[in-house]
Structure formats: C-alpha cells, structure tokens
Design a protein around this ligand. Structure first.
Ligand code: FAD
Ligand code: SF4
Length: 470
C-alpha cells in the first residue's frame, strides 16, 4: 500500500485577526487541486465504514472516487441521491463524530481521517457555481401535502415529496425560509446565499412556500386538513430558549442566544445601516458551551465587543461545540472561563438618580467555581459547586445559550397530539404522531440536535407519507 499523507489538507481560512471584524465566511473551501489531492487519501474501503457513520448513508467512497476521476458533477450526482443540502452539511455537520470518526485512515492506521466534509462542500460549491442543469418538475401525482416549518427537516421532506410529484406547500412562521440555517447559524459559518439557493431549487421543483404563517395562530393543523391536505409534516424545530432561573435574567442586556442571533442574522443587525436594535460593544458574557454559544460569542465579537467571555460549567474536554468552532473562537480571542457557573446577573441602580439611563442594565454576573464529580446518566462528569468560590465578572451583556425546547404552540392547538415530558412530539416507527395523517421530525421530535439528523428525519417522513398515500 502506498504511503498516505498523514494529515487532512488544511482548510484555507481568513486570518483570525481579520475575520474577527467581519461577517464574511471564515472557511474559504478547497480548491480543485487541494480536493483532488485529498481525494487521493481515500482507500476506497470495501466495507465502507464511513457510510455507516453518515446519518443519511451517503455513498462516500463513490463520490470521492468521482473527485479522483476529475468529475465533480459525477460526485454531486452521487451525493444528491441521498442528501438534499450538501453545501450546508459540508459546512456545519459534525463530521468528526460521524463519517470521519469511522474512517479507516484514523481507526486502523492512526492517521487523520479523509476530509469528507471538506470534500462534500467542494462538490456542492462546484455544482452551485458551475452547473447549468435546471431541476425538472415531475408530473403531478394528484396528492397534496402540507409541511410546517422550513428548516432542514421541512425542506428535505418537501423536496423529496415534490420529486415524487406531490403538490407540497410549506408554511413558515418567519419572513424567510431556512429555519435555524438562516436565523441561527451566522453568515460567517453559513452564508445565507447558500441556503437561499437551496430554497430556490425546491421552488423550481414546484414547492410552494408561504412565509409569515404561524400554524397554531394563522391557521391550525385541523384547518389544513379541512383544506384538503392529505398529510401534514411538522418540522417546527425547537426554538423555545431555556433560561437558568437565576435572579437578574430580566435585566436589560440579557438575551437568549436565539434572540441575539435572530436579531443579528435574520434581522440584519450586523449591517451598518440596520435599524434592528442590538447591544454592540462593551463586555459580553455568553453562558453555555455548545455550537450556539460559540456562534453567539463570535457574533458579539464581530459586532464590536471589546471582550467576549464564554462561561461554561464543565471543562474544555466536555464542551459540546464542534472542535473546529472552539478552535476558531479561541484563535479570534474569545476567552473561556471554564468550570464556573453564573448564580446571579447583577443590574445597575443609581441610588441618587432614578432617571439614570443606565438603571436596569446589566453591570456584571456573579459566578461560582465548579469541579467535576461523578458521571451523570449520559456519562459526563457532573459539575459540582465549590463552596465559597464566588466571584464577580464585569459584563454589559449576557447571552444565555443553555439549550432550547420545542415550542408548545402546535401541541396546544392540535387536539390529541402527544408530546413527551421535554415537549418533543411523540412519533412511531413510521414518523407518524398520535394523530393519523400527521407526521413529525427533526428538532420538534428530538429536541435540539443536528442539521443532518433533521434532514434524515424529513427524508424518512417523506418516505412514510408516500407509502401511506399510495
Ligand atoms: P429548525 O431549523 O428549527 O426549523 C424550524 C422552522 O419551523 C423554523 O423556521 C421556524 O420558524 C418554523 N416554525 C416553528 N413553529 C412554527 C409554526 N407554528 N408555524 C410555522 N412555522 C413554524 N447543527 C449542526 O449540525 N451543526 C451546527 O454547526 C449547528 N449549529 C447551530 C447553531 C445554532 C445557533 C443553532 C440554533 C443550531 C445549530 N445546529 C447545528 C442545530 C441545527 O441547526 C438544528 O438541529 C436543525 O436546524 C433542526 O432542523 P429542524 O428542521 O428540525 O428545525
Ligand atoms: Fe475512504 Fe475513509 Fe471511507 Fe475508507 S473509511 S472509504 S478511507 S473515507
């Protein structure tokens, strides 16, 4: 066997000192030359362990072989048989825990895995920029399906059904389609033009998208069924932010990460001429350690914060965010206060002047240091407070990124729709809810998870709907 390059080809990126002040994409993508060299590292394993690691089972060695044959469009055809959002997944999927985690190069040979995600991104970008093929609208099959939510689960379900000839209508509460891909994940990680291009492809297939329609307020699911939709897919995500329940959370300058990111991304507060209000500058503390916390911290930095601190109650090892995002945040100068947890958010109050404009705004956060104790039910060591270790962190803004839950609106307005104790919609093995003809998937079922798992759920539901209706 010929010797392999031990490491994946590095991703070209913007310089940390430059990118910390702009919203342009951080990772610049492989060139054709780098992609061809990286593709040479693949062993084309017969048992395809990487495919088992991919939640939607993309034929990874087959698409990499097409890159080796200098046929990126052929590679795109292989990927698009199973994935409808490759440009998105190539950018944001946690490949290190999925396909790349199983790659023979690392499992058996102790080398770095093939850069599968980077190659997927290369193929998808090449297709978007160079392909002239227009999606062909299939002949209608006479069936009508409604999809609630235009995140990855809803878009995938809608796309798969449209390809089978269904008349599909997507109802989206916000004014732009894309779900978390447009309101949550920032431009510097996932340019919105990429999501918009994916949405346009769906429209070209005949999918109708109605924005500014909140199911449960504008219309109910039962009204959709009365309008003749034969099946409904709920892909409404998990957009309800969790709070800590500590004193001071209602002070001015405290945001949920969802609100902060929505203001910046969807409402374009990052543009100089934007009229969307958002706290810019000063000191910012972000509570949490997931991708959402990293995105909020790096957004605050780009909005002009003089200092951004991540406050996380476990250690770096347990930090749930993608490794690459943590490294990028560290390179950009984000400070990590690990093993500590907020106990109170402190507000400003001028005893001599009740009209002082600073009254009611955040001035700091009281925290306590933690140590790691016994493992919890998920095997992660439980953080335990160290008595008497309280300290004060000076900050002007606090962004809380400790998770989200499914919004109860749809459950509350749909009789007989069963949810679990976390608010996730209960489904059976055919993606059907407790109501006949109503299907669900993505974060609305699992709670906050990943783009690829939401996409996989949308695919499975489309298949189940097709089976049921034909
Ligand atoms: P969503 O993407 O949440 O879409 C749901 C849509 O439904 C929304 O557009 C919402 O407005 C709409 N909706 C809700 N209620 C209604 C209603 N009543 N009527 C009509 N429409 C409604 N995952 C990764 O894999 N990698 C990452 O790097 C990553 N980073 C993330 C960063 C952030 C800031 C966030 C918030 C999440 C991140 N995730 C990441 C998670 C991932 O984005 C989600 O798991 C995924 O988007 C879930 O898809 P979904 O289709 O289930 O829901
Ligand atoms: Fe190639 Fe790694 Fe998949 Fe083997 S496991 S086929 S080396 S990507």
């Amino acid at each position: 066997m010929a010797a392999r390059e031990p490491n994946k080809h590095p991703m070209p990126t913007q310089e940390p000192s430059v990118r910390a002040h702009n919203f342009d994409e951080v990772a610049l993508g492989y060139t054709a030359e780098i992609a061809a060299e990286e593709a040479q590292r693949c062993l084309n394993c017969k048992n395809k362990p990487c495919v088992q690691g991919c939640p939607v089972n993309i034929d990874i060695p087959a698409f990499i072989a097409q890159i080796r044959n200098n046929n990126p469009e052929g590679a795109y055809d292989v990927i698009s048989k199973t994935s409808s959002l490759p440009a998105v997944c190539g950018r944001v999927c946690p490949q290190e825990n999925q396909c790349e985690h199983e790659c023979t190069l690392s499992v058996k040979l102790g080398l770095e895995p093939v850069g599968i995600g980077r190659l997927e991104r290369f193929v998808a970008d090449n297709h978007r920029l160079n392909s002239k093929t227009v999606p062909v609208r299939p002949a209608p099959n006479g069936h009508k399906v409604a999809v609630i939510g235009s995140g990855p689960s809803g878009l995938t379900c809608a796309g798969d059904l449209a390809k089978l000839g269904y008349s599909v209508t997507v109802f989206e509460a916000l004014h732009t389609a894309g779900g978390v891909l447009v309101y949550g994940i920032p431009e510097f990680r996932l340019p919105k033009s990429i999501v918009a291009a994916e949405v346009e492809e769906l429209k070209a297939l005949g999918v109708e998208i109605f924005t500014n329609v909140i199911i449960g307020k504008t219309l109910t699911i039962d009204e959709l069924l009365e309008q003749g939709y034969e099946a409904v897919f709920i892909g409404s995500g998990a957009g309800l932010p969790n709070f800590m329940g500590i004193p001071g959370e209602s002070l001015c300058g405290v945001y949920s990460a969802n609100e902060f990111l929505t203001r910046s991304n969807l409402m374009k507060a990052y543009l100089n001429d934007s009229r969307t209000p958002i706290m810019k500058g000063g000191k910012v503390a972000v509570v949490g350690g997931g991708n959402v916390a990293m995105d909020a911290a790096r957004t605050a930095l780009r909005l002009g914060a003089e200092k951004v601190t991540i406050v996380y109650r476990r250690s770096l090892e347990e930090l749930p965010a993608r490794k690459e995002e943590v490294e990028h945040a560290q390179e950009e100068g984000i400070e990590f206060r690990l093993l500590c947890n907020p106990t109170e958010i402190l507000g400003y109050k001028n005893p001599d002047d009740p009209r002082d404009p600073k009254n009611g705004f955040v001035k700091g956060m009281r925290c306590i240091k933690m140590e790691l104790g016994e493992p919890d039910e998920r095997g992660r060591r439980r953080p335990v407070e160290i008595p008497g270790s309280d300290f004060e962190l000076e900050t002007d803004t606090v962004i809380i990124a400790i998770g989200t839950s499914p919004n109860p609106l749809i459950k509350d307005t749909t009789q007989g729709l069963e949810v679990n104790r976390r608010g996730g919609i209960v489904i059976d093995e055919n993606c059907m809810t407790s109501r006949n003809g109503i299907y669900a998937g993505g974060d609305a079922v699992t709670g906050a998870a990943t783009v690829i798992s939401a996409m996989g759920a949308g695919k499975a539901a489309a298949k189940a709907i097709h089976t049921a209706l034909t």
